[in-house]
Structure formats: structure tokens, C-alpha cells
Design a protein around this ligand. Structure first.
Ligand code: GUN
Length: 285
């Protein structure tokens, strides 16, 4: 039997509709959430992401501002802008689109963002809070993964979850959130011995590797839920880390690419922006 296809586009729309209702209520109390996005250079993929973020803001009723800076922007100039945004009372969320041009130290920029406005959840303080289960801003993509599992009633508690990939923005935080939801968690990576033997143990398999169709059907336990975080641009178009056509015949549930995890990242970013506005407003009282 073929797997349930997890519809990230629909769940993302549902979340955005829920947020639109919440924002309408907040506006009645004088709170208008605002997101500022900073885009440096002309990476085409980044431009698409930023456009989608702007569209989502508009749909929900979040005020959105974009700062577009040239590719040769210097570190000091970018840090000065971040400082202005930190001190701007109208700005609830700050997102500096990654990757940044190579003359800029990404870590220094992320560190400069006020943790209370860090809706990406990339500031080390927020990474630490995620670790101890006290997140205000969970990193968007991993949090989107958890939301998909929950909204499809996939039991996380007690499941054996295998995360393939150990990046700071997906693999590690995804593993931590699965752990907080009581999964038994295993993180695999390029040095893992006999990777297929490990992935075959997974009730929940998270693929965050960055290699097209890397997870093949023989690596998946029959009945597993498979979440594909991959976004690989190939000659045949956008493709995930999972060999979707073959794996969907083995898994019980699977996310497609596109239309799986991707739309969830933006939905959670919107949720974090609304949370930032509420937290700042509560702090002013
Ligand atoms: N580049 C690709 N995805 C993201 C994201 O979620 N946040 C930021 N800031 N940059 C990105």
C-alpha cells in the first residue's frame, strides 16, 4: 500500500489562517506584529524565499519591511543596520537571510540580533533555550517538522527517530525537538558506519543531508514515517533527499518535495513573529 502523502502546503495554509485570526484580534488591542527581513546580495534562491515570506506576512496581516543591500556590503554596515532594527520599537522580528556574502562573518551577525527579535531562532541564546526546552523561538524548519508529525497524528513519544544530518539549523535542533517530544533519538552523519542499518531502525526518519534521492527504499523500515528536509536543485528540477517514488511504497507516511517541509518553515516563522510581538507587548506593560 502506498504511503499517506503529508501535505505541508495545506498544513502551512491552516497555520497561516489561524495566525491571521490571531493577528486580527491582536490589532484590536493595539498590537501589530512586524517582521523586517534583511537581504544582502543577489542570490536567486534567497530572493524567492524572501518574496514568499513577504507574501505570507501580507496574507496574515503582519507588517513587513525589506532591507535590500548590495552584495559588497561590509560587515560594519550590516551590523549597524541590525543595531538600528534592535532599537526600533516597530520591529518585532528580524531575519537576516542566509547565506551571507563571504566578506561577512555570519556568526557575528547572528550574535548581534536581539535574542528577543530573533524569529529564526539562530542566536546562540535561543539555541541554548531550545536545548533546555525553554524556547520562545524554535528554529523554523525543525519546528515545522514536528508540527507536520503532530497534525498527521504520527506518534512521536516512544518512537525510534533517526535524523540523518547534523547541521546547526536542521539536524541538531530537529533531534532536540524530537527528544523533547519523548522520541528515542539517533543522529547519523557522513561518518556513520552502515548508515542503512541505522535508518532501517527508524519509526520516524528525518532526511536532512543535502544530497538528491540519497535515502533509498532499502534504507527504510516498512511503515516508517519519512520526513524529507532536502531541497536540491537538479537538472530535473527541485528534488528532496529521499527517493520519493520508491520510498512511498515502503513508508506509511512521507513528505513530498516541494510541498512538504518547505512551506512549513515560513508558517513557523510567521508564528514566531506573532509570538515576538506578543512577548514584547507583555514586557512593556
Ligand atoms: N536561508 C535559507 N533558509 C533560511 C532560513 O530559514 N532563515 C534564514 N535567515 N536564512 C535562510
Amino acid at each position: 500500500m502506498s504511503a499517506t502523502i503529508i501535505d505541508g502546503k495545506k498544513i502551512s495554509s491552516d497555520i497561516k489562517a489561524e495566525l491571521a485570526e490571531e493577528v486580527a484580534e491582536l490589532k484590536k488591542t493595539g498590537i501589530e506584529p512586524g517582521l523586517t527581513v534583511v537581504l544582502v546580495g543577489d542570490d536567486p534562491a534567497s530572493h524567492v524565499y524572501v518574496k514568499n515570506k513577504e507574501k505570507a506576512c501580507e496574507l496574515i496581516g503582519i507588517r513587513s519591511v525589506k532591507h535590500q543591500l548590495p552584495a559588497d556590503t561590509g560587515q560594519e554596515e550590516l551590523l549597524a543596520l541590525v543595531d538600528d532594527l534592535n532599537n526600533d520599537d516597530k520591529v518585532d522580528g528580524i531575519l537576516v537571510q542566509l547565506p551571507l556574502p563571504e566578506q561577512i562573518d555570519e556568526h557575528a551577525v547572528l550574535l548581534a540580533i536581539d535574542p528577543e527579535k530573533d524569529v529564526d531562532g539562530f542566536h546562540p541564546l535561543n539555541v541554548g533555550k531550545l536545548m533546555i526546552g525553554e524556547s520562545v523561538f524554535e528554529s523554523c524548519t525543525p519546528s515545522g517538522v514536528i508540527e507536520l508529525l503532530k497534525r498527521y497524528d504520527i506518534e512521536i513519544s516512544g518512537a525510534h527517530a533517526v535524523v540523518v544530518g547534523r547541521s546547526n539549523i536542521v539536524g541538531k535542533p530537529a533531534a532536540m525537538l524530537l527528544l523533547h517530544n519523548n522520541a528515542t533519538v539517533e543522529i547519523c552523519h557522513s561518518r556513520t558506519k552502515d548508515l542503512a542499518a541505522e535508518t532501517r531502525r527508524a519509526d520516524i526518519l528525518i532526511a536532512a543531508i543535502g544530497r538528491p534521492k540519497f535515502i533509498t527504499a532499502d534504507m527504510v523500515k516498512p511503515g516508517a514515517a519519512v520526513i524529507d528536509v532536502g531541497m536540491n536543485r537538479t537538472d530535473e528540477g527541485l528534488c528532496g533527499d529521499v527517493d520519493f517514488e520508491a520510498v512511498k511504497e515502503v513508508a506509511s507516511a512521507i513528505t513530498p518535495v516541494p510541498g512538504g517541509v518547505g512551506p512549513m518553515t515560513i508558517a513557523i516563522l510567521m508564528r514566531n513573529t506573532v509570538a515576538a510581538a506578543k512577548a514584547r507587548a507583555a514586557g512593556k506593560k
